[in-house]
Design a protein. Structure first.
Length: 118
């Protein structure tokens, strides 16, 4: 199983980035997918998740600024990030999760760094 995240980089405050996460080795359409982030010195936190039915949920800190989406034909999820703030600086990780026979099956990608700075 491999989750390959890409799209990070350096952006000025107020700018935009789009992250992508491509999955292989899993039946993508049956997994809930999500983006998490970890800032220096902080714990990893949820950013946005999207269900198999494409229902999305967001952390309060990114509501109205970030949009998560998925393309099952491409085995890929996206995170459109607008109105970026310095507080959004972090390593962003994608995650695949499903529950089978009462057990959680979780896979993580390697992370992509987003730096918001002038």
């Amino acid at each position: 199983v491999q989750l390959q995240a890409s799209g990070g980089g350096l952006v000025q405050p107020g700018g935009s980035l789009r992250l992508s996460c491509s999955a292989s080795g899993i039946i993508f359409s049956i997994y809930g997918m999500g983006w998490y982030r970890q800032a220096p010195g902080k714990q990893r936190e949820l950013v946005a998740v999207i269900s198999t039915g494409s229902t999305a949920n967001y952390a309060d800190s990114v509501k109205g600024r970030f949009t998560i989406s998925r393309d099952n034909a491409k085995n890929t999820i996206y995170l459109q990030m607008d109105s970026l703030e310095p507080e959004d600086t972090a390593v962003y990780y994608c995650r695949a999760e499903r529950t089978i026979l009462g057990r959680n099956q979780v896979y993580w990608g390697q992370g992509t760094l987003v730096t918001v700075s002038s």
